[in-house]
Design a protein around this ligand. Structure first.
Ligand SMILES: Nc1nc2c(ncn2[C@@H]2O[C@H](COP(=O)(O)OP(=O)(O)OP(=O)(O)O)[C@@H](O)[C@H]2O)c(=O)[nH]1
Ligand SMILES: [Mg+2]
Length: 358
């Protein structure tokens, strides 16, 4: 898959989500409004690169060196940068918004740290700045970047003063060492990887929006009990065997459809591969339980034991279907045909195939 189709597929996914929620969940608009921002961000022409690191690591000096002018304030006193600031930078033919941020571990600087993380909401790439080793604060910040699925490059500044670590790109903003190479690397990343990285990140964020919508919707009444009792009564009254299986098919489909309607997700859900295998086994169990050879045709409390066995199988089957269905339903629309989870799965698979074949 090339870069632009990825952005197009992601745009289509967001459009469909928005249309679906406008129709089905107008009362929860606060939950799905962020999808508009994600859609707008998708096609922004400028890439957003943000610098991140502890105080005094040389973040601002690094951006100045990349930009080629002393545009951000640099100082020996920790906490020189007090709030995020962005400048537009032309990295050859790519437009980039470069954002400088306050340090992560500033004394009494939790507000500044919050500002920094909120800027990262829209980052396409993070330049993670450190020196010669990673401190616990830096390890935590890196883990958080992984959790948020924000792509980042490890930059080792002050290479004129410290020996480089095994991992990372060593640069010195003072001597200029490694800066042209870093610029070239960024340009390459912007051309080749940025569209896919942006699509993946936005899909991940859309998926979180869907999850919060699913949580706001809460468990819905899917009236499993009414389908279950109707099926049991009909199985008792009518002849068994294949007829019971047909009955089970109709009632399962009707039940799943009703559940999808209750949760406002499309029917049938494409993520039901595992469920359909279980349902087929369940039908086989219903068929076998009507076979008198299993119970020798005996009676218990005046009721044919086949009927009791079959009732038990039907009841157990419904419990299992509910257990398997609920996690999908509660995550809202994201498993739908153009849902973010489905697309994420496809993209991750495509990436894995490309890496394997490369
Ligand atoms: N020798 C050397 N000094 C550097 C280098 N980069 C930055 N410095 C110095 O390190 C100090 C901190 O640099 P800044 O760029 O302000 O660091 P910062 O990470 O932006 O700091 P805060 O804004 O306070 O978080 C300054 O005195 C810089 O001159 C470098 O590559 N080599
Ligand atoms: Mg600074």
């Amino acid at each position: 898959m090339s870069s632009l189709p990825i952005l197009d597929a992601t745009a289509k996914c967001l459009e469909e989500l928005l249309v679906w929620h406008q129709v089905h969940h107008p009362q929860l608009s606060a939950q799905w409004q962020p999808l508009y921002e994600l859609r707008d961000r998708l096609h922004q022409s400028a890439w957003h690169i943000v610098v991140l690191g502890q105080v005094g690591r040389g973040k601002s000096a690094l951006l100045n060196a990349l930009y080629g002018e002393a545009i951000f304030p640099v100082g020996a006193i920790h906490g020189t940068t007090q709030w995020p600031r962005t400048v537009r930078w032309h990295c050859q033919d790519q437009i980039v918004d470069l954002t400088d941020t306050p340090g992560l571990d500033e004394v009494a600087g939790s507000d500044r740290e919050t500002m920094t993380w909120s800027v990262l909401e829209t980052a396409d790439l993070v330049l993670f700045v450190t020196q010669d080793s990673l401190t616990p604060v830096e390890c935590q910040a890196r883990d958080r970047l992984h959790t948020l699925r924000i792509p980042h490059k490890l930059i080792l500044t002050k290479a004129d003063l410290y020996p480089p670590m095994a991992e990372g790109i060593a640069v010195s903003s003072t001597t200029g060492q490694g800066i042209p190479e870093l610029r070239q690397l960024l340009q390459q990343w912007l051309q080749q990887e940025a569209p896919q990285a942006r699509a993946l990140r936005i899909l991940h964020q859309a998926s979180q929006v869907e999850q919060s919508l699913g949580a706001a919707l809460g468990p819905q009444d899917t009236s499993a009990w009414s389908w279950l009792s109707a099926q049991m009564v009909a199985s008792l009254l009518l002849p068994g065997g294949l007829f019971d299986v047909v009955l089970a098919m109709i009632s399962t489909l009707a039940y799943i459809r009703k559940a999808c309607q209750a949760y406002g997700v499309p029917f049938p859900l494409p993520a039901f591969g595992g469920l359909s295998q279980f349902v087929l086994l369940w039908y086989a169990a219903i068929y076998l339980s009507s076979w008198s050879g299993f119970t020798f045709g005996s009676e218990l409390w005046g009721v044919n034991t086949n009927v009791l066995l079959q009732g038990g199988v039907i009841f157990w089957g419904y419990q299992q279907i509910r257990r398997r269905l609920d996690p999908y339903l509660q995550q809202g629309y994201q498993w739908g045909h153009h849902g973010p989870q489905r697309l994420l799965q496809q993209l991750t698979q495509t990436r894995a195939n490309v890496t394997a074949s490369g």
